[in-house]
Design a protein around this ligand. Sequence first.
Ligand code: ZN
Length: 197
Amino acid sequence: MGTRLATFRFPDGTTLYGTHHTTTNATGGPLYRDHAEDGYRDRPCGEPVPERPDVPPAPLDRLIRVVVGYAYGDYEWYGLYDPERCEFLGPVSGTWYGYLQDQQDLVRGDDGRRHLIPEDLPVRLRVRSGRTVCGADVTDVPVLPYHRPDVVLGLSEDEIRQFDDVEDVDLLADWDEPDLCRACVKTAATRNRGWWC
Ligand SMILES: [Zn+2]
């Protein structure tokens, strides 16, 4: 399986190194402090940063948003790092938020925050009742411009056309926005496991 060097850039200027698997388009740990430069065979090296899977996970507000990329790749994306467990949580691929927009709606909850919720076709402006990804029950809440379903069978052309104007939304770019439900976004981001989800 092909691999290449992945980089994880932290807000304090630190960079850690991991691996990108080209077959699965999955990027992750273990993470290292050093890397060896060898053209397309650049790789992490030295001792891995010890993970601590037995300690409690860091609370949402202590997760660190890192910038993930890989050598000779053409894009970077935001990911989440748990500083307690010393573990990269995901998403493992930079295409994750496109898949998410295929599959989820974004709603304005009763608490005023933006939550993810599984799609509920046919298209409508409000969700009458449902449960958000973070587990909150919502009733009659407005749907925000976000969802871009990949399956539109049964919808009229007018209904399909409304998705044309929906732009790419990377919810991790909004991680510091006070109206974003971090629990929903963390769950969605850490579910991502490569090409297929
Ligand atoms: Zn939520």
